[in-house]
Design a protein around this ligand. Sequence first.
Ligand code: NDP
Length: 241
Amino acid sequence: MARQVLVTGSSRGIGRAIALQLARDGFDVIVHCRGSVELGQAVVAEVQALGRESELLCFDVADRATTRNVLTDFVERKGAFYGVVCNAGITRDNAFPAMSEDDWDSVIHTNLDGFYNILQPLVMPMVQARKGGRIVTLSSVAGLAGNRGQVNYSATKAGLIGATKSLALELGKRKITVNCVAPGIIETDMIDEVFADEAKKMIPLRRFGQVDEVASLVGYLMSDSASYITRQVISVNGGML
Ligand code: NDP
């Protein structure tokens, strides 16, 4: 049986590219989204066309009870995950004085609470399976350097780095690696094209990244070749930082 991995937020963008990369690398891939069921199903079909098993799970990672129920039920049916990629995330940008409670809460609940909500039910089954494993989280250049208009987002992405490093310390003796990938500006729905030309001037490589350039790194971290890499933050940002 192939190793199975979960990629949260894999209906589109970076998560979709990661799902397809991992399928090409021989993993069975569980695709996940919040509401884009048709897009998620299309990714499932793409994974299956690559000869791997796949299934779509749809739930809001900010909804702790539902997340736990769906994931616990899945593990009971299909067994523990070998790998988990915590990719689902949102932005609600605003200058801090104008940042509403909802802007703050929704980003914290999705991006940071999502780490706990997803991984807390999944880690013990991974440990009990005694097969090692891989956890990869998606931070951001904003979590390392901060970014104007993204006080909420930067807080979550910095928080994920601390959470990732701490979990790596806890799980190292179980042969489960835990690493963080910190993209710069990657061309997805999340990017505001209005500021594109200005933003590119801040990037030594003078272009935005492509989703496959993030996915290939996640594929490497998920592989056996990366077995001695843990507790790291690896940037994919065209030299921005
Ligand atoms: P997209 O907006 O393109 O896709 C987001 C994905 O996350 C979708 O699959 C979406 O599902 C899912 N998602 C969002 N909120 C929730 C939720 N509450 N519960 C469940 N699923 C949810 O994002 P990107 O591909 O651009 O970004 C992916 C990750 O990479 C994010 O964590 C982001 O912060 C990070 N990142 C992105 C950068 C960029 O430049 N694009 C730069 C640095 C980091 P649905 O389709 O159902 O809404």
